[in-house]
Design a binder for this molecule. Sequence first.
Ligand SMILES: Cc1ncc(COP(=O)(O)O)c(C=O)c1O
Length: 438
Amino acid sequence: MNSIDKLKNSEPYLWINPNKIKSEKSLASQKLNYRDMKEAEERLKRFAPLLVKFYPELGNSNGTIDSELSKITKMIPNLNNLYIKGDHSLPVSGSIKARGGFYAVFVIVEKILSEHGLAIPSIVNKSTKDINSLFASRSLVVGSTGNLGLSIGLMGRAFGFCVTVHMSSDAKAWKKEKLRNIGVTVVEYESDYSAACQAARDSASENRGIFFIDDENSIDLFLGYSAAASMLSNQLKQKNISVDVKHPLFVYIPCGVGGAPGGITFGLKNIFGDNVHCFFAEPVEAPAMMLGLVTGKNSLVSVKDIGLTMDTCADGLAVGTASELVAKMMSTMLDGCFTVEDKTMLKYMAELYDTEGIKIEPSAAAGFAGPEYLVNSVKGKNYLVQNKIDPQHITHVVWTTGGSMEPEEEFQKNYKFAPQFHLTSDELGINIIKNNRY
Ligand SMILES: Cc1ncc(COP(=O)(O)O)c(C=O)c1O
């Protein structure tokens, strides 16, 4: 069965990218480069004192928005060197989308300040009220499955912007409520994420002066996400974890439209080159990026075209069409993608809580299938052999992308549903080599 058939049948599937080339060559052909990434990091540093002003709890990290890198020892006992990059508890808005979302707001803030002949240092000592008055007549518009809307909503409102979030039918009620409570206008759609994005785009184009943050095609979002790579690199150094040809880094990141995992992959490839292997995790019913890359059609194909429903408990990943910007960039850079069933995400979500006491949302659990695929499946094992990689020497990083803002009752609802899915790897549909678990 070929890759498209596997996707059509909603079968959990690992796809190794046959079009990947040496990272140096791939990076040289991209429209963004290392300097762009470094400029993004500098912009984040410029905004740090303002963030401490808006969110005093960021004082401890001097206004840096980053999460912990934590070793996970109990969840998959036989797997050495498993870490999570805990964006589920990223400060202020509790998801990976905050990295890009905040950054995109910062770009707009600097644009408006420059219209007034101002820059960040000239407003840091102003009162929040005075800062807000600079932006109160300006509007931000975004389409979202939920978490991007939350991050733009929270940061946009902190600066005093009017914010409108167009939300797809997959967006959770609690995310809409949270936004309304902070004064964001939420427009709800019966349709999917692409339609919500299009409606947001249309509404902004009718009105000059509105800033539309385009999740499907934003360089600013992408560069904001990419800044996570240097942060991870520093954390690995602090933990004395080497990344080199003999000790590769394997990173597994949940993927919706592709901006967040794409930006991080771009950043990591710039830092670690071919010694980092990046894989995107998508729901079996919404493998937008894998379909775009497998067919070479990038954003010109939807999972609906192959009969999939986009129906998944992973609301953040419920996307039918990949970002053109990201799919193009990933086509020669990304190592692979894999798909995950809802029951598998719920199983990992529950197991992470049972063994480590960490609460994440279902989308954020998709990456945990990665080590299983790479180390235990026939295809994964072949990949390691071809790349002369000793599985014992891999550092695995599963990116846990959202959760800390989720209300307790929402977590409990998913958790109570999950135990019936405490399945064996065979039952999860992964082609395991028996008696050779890790
Ligand atoms: C929790 C979570 N993880 C991962 C993603 C994927 O990010 P992207 O849509 O940029 O691929 C999202 C998107 O909203 C998300 O909410």
